[in-house]
Design a protein around this ligand. Structure first.
Ligand SMILES: [Zn+2]
Ligand SMILES: [Zn+2]
Length: 319
């Protein structure tokens, strides 16, 4: 199984600003010595030596993931603004000729998880087939509503691809492309659902949007059981711990709470996800470093094998 991230931002799209680019260039110049800029080769070597966020950005698009089975069959998770670029990429494949087919799963229908759908090119190509899964009720109506002419110029009927809708109960376990899929309701205003993908014993869990508070931590056994032994857990870490304390019931968690849960559940890799739109790359670096330090501090007997990484647009993980 493989997962690629096309949108990692929470709440609203948030492209990098000119000031942010200028600050990156300024910092890069302070790191460079004359020997680093002698020719193309030394410049390339110097650029490769820089930390991730100086040369890249975590990304501004909202939630969209591409999950591929071992045989390369496609499952799309959510349709935030990141799905536009995924769609453009898919139009180089069978989806351009109307011969594409895939499954889509929706965690919930807050805007940041559906807003890219009107710009998803493969939906406009007749012949393509999409199987749309959700636990949230009336998923078709929810998606249609976004195409009311009050909100968008092209009606939902403009999507000429074939679509069918599969309504699951929370307790359902189902299978597509050899991947077993189960779910769990997350604590989030209006409800959201986590998806657990298991293929040949390898487990990927997508757990956003989800709010876990400090006072709930003694009462999360069913969640720990659900997350247990995941190879990869992608988790909502929108806020810093301090900010989460001020944003009770806003529906999101912090990296330290996510780390506690991942350690309890013996998760192998925790991916920090659903970055706050007000956090620039520098702040996200800080979120990441603090999560690493927190994990080291909490790993009293130094036995935890947990690896923590940050989600960024373009990140691919083989599971
Ligand atoms: Zn969200
Ligand atoms: Zn949400």
């Amino acid at each position: 199984m493989k997962v690629k991230f096309w949108g990692v931002r929470g709440s609203i799209g948030s492209p990098i600003k000119g000031h942010g680019v200028k600050e990156k260039v300024r910092k890069i110049l302070t790191y460079a010595s004359p020997a680093d800029v002698l020719d193309e080769e030394t410049i390339d070597r110097f650029l490769k030596s820089l930390p991730f966020s100086l040369l890249h950005t975590y990304g501004g698009n909202t939630t969209c993931l591409e999950v591929r089975s071992k045989k390369d069959d496609l499952i799309i998770v959510d349709a935030g603004t990141g799905i536009r670029e995924l769609g453009n990429r898919l139009l180089h494949e069978d989806f351009m000729q109307g011969k594409g087919e895939c499954h889509m799963v929706f965690t919930h229908t807050h805007w940041d998880h559906i807003q890219g759908l009107p710009f998803f090119g493969p939906f406009y190509v007749p012949g393509n087939k999409f199987h749309i899964h959700a636990i949230s009720e009336n998923i078709e109506d929810r998606l249609r509503y976004q195409h009311s002419e009050r909100h968008f110029p092209v009606p939902f009927e403009g999507f000429s691809a074939n679509k069918d809708y599969i309504q699951h109960k929370e307790s359902d376990v189902w299978s597509v492309y050899g991947i077993n899929i189960s779910h769990k309701g997350m604590r989030h205003p209006g409800n959201s659902y986590s998806y657990r993908f298991e293929e040949e014993g390898k487990i990927l869990i997508f757990g956003s949007d989800a709010e876990f508070k400090l006072e709930d931590m003694d009462n999360i056994d069913t969640y720990v059981e659900y997350f247990r032994n995941a190879d990869v857990l992608i988790f909502d870490t929108q806020y810093t711990f301090e900010e989460q304390l001020q944003k009770i019931d806003w529906g999101h968690s912090s990296a330290s709470i996510a780390t506690d849960i991942a350690m309890k559940a013996h998760v192998k890799k925790l991916v920090l996800f659903h970055h706050d739109p007000s956090y620039d790359d520098e702040k996200l670096d800080e979120v990441f470093m603090r999560a690493i330090r927190y994990k080291e501090m909490m790993d009293f007997d130094k036995t935890s094998k947990l690896e923590i990484i940050m989600a960024y647009e373009g990140l691919e993980i083989n599971i």
